[in-house]
Write a protein that binds this ligand. Structure first.
Ligand code: C2G
Length: 138
């Protein structure tokens, strides 16, 4: 059985997230997803996620092709997670290109092209700009 592991915040779940999870699940027999904790996200991106870690885990866990979810509490623990879940392949979007090459001694590491023109950050920015415009007009 081939196990694939991937990681992410998956805040304001969108089609870019869906695509990478779908492609990752097609690469093996079992897909395990590490969802970044609220504290890790704050550390990585310097902002609180919009959806809590429990909500993000529930959303990701309900996606077809995802077999298990767990909370990723530290970027430094990736090797432990790979070992714990006996992952054969680590999949990440290519915005992380090269960053996880050190794990090639433990498993295959594969970077998939990001879905263009969509991100959690752009959704937040568009929502803020629209809200500001509506507020000005009222
Ligand atoms: N992604 C994508 N296309 C997009 C947006 C995101 O393929 N348009 C991918 C990212 O490359 C990542 C996954 O979706 O592999 C989750 O993206 P984020 O929620 O932004 O995750 P990130 O905060 O990068 O967390 O340990 C690593 C981190 O936890 C990754």
């Amino acid at each position: 059985m081939k196990t694939v592991i991937t990681f992410g915040t998956f805040d304001i779940f969108h089609v870019g997230h869906l695509n990478i999870l779908r492609r990752a699940s097609e690469m093996g027999d079992r897909l395990v997803v590490g969802v970044s904790s609220d504290a890790l996200n704050l550390q990585k991106k310097n902002r609180e996620p919009i959806y809590s870690e429990q909500e993000r885990m529930a959303i990701v866990g309900s996606i077809k092709g995802v077999d298990a979810v767990f909370l990723e509490t530290s970027l430094e623990k990736k090797g432990d997670y790979i070992r714990h879940y006996a992952a054969d392949v680590l999949v990440m979007g290519d915005d992380w290109q090269g960053r996880f090459d050190g794990f090639r001694t433990q498993c295959e590491v594969c970077y998939l092209p990001r879905t263009p023109s969509i991100s959690t950050t752009s959704i937040i920015e568009i929502t803020r700009a629209t809200f500001a415009q509506v507020t000005r007009e009222c």
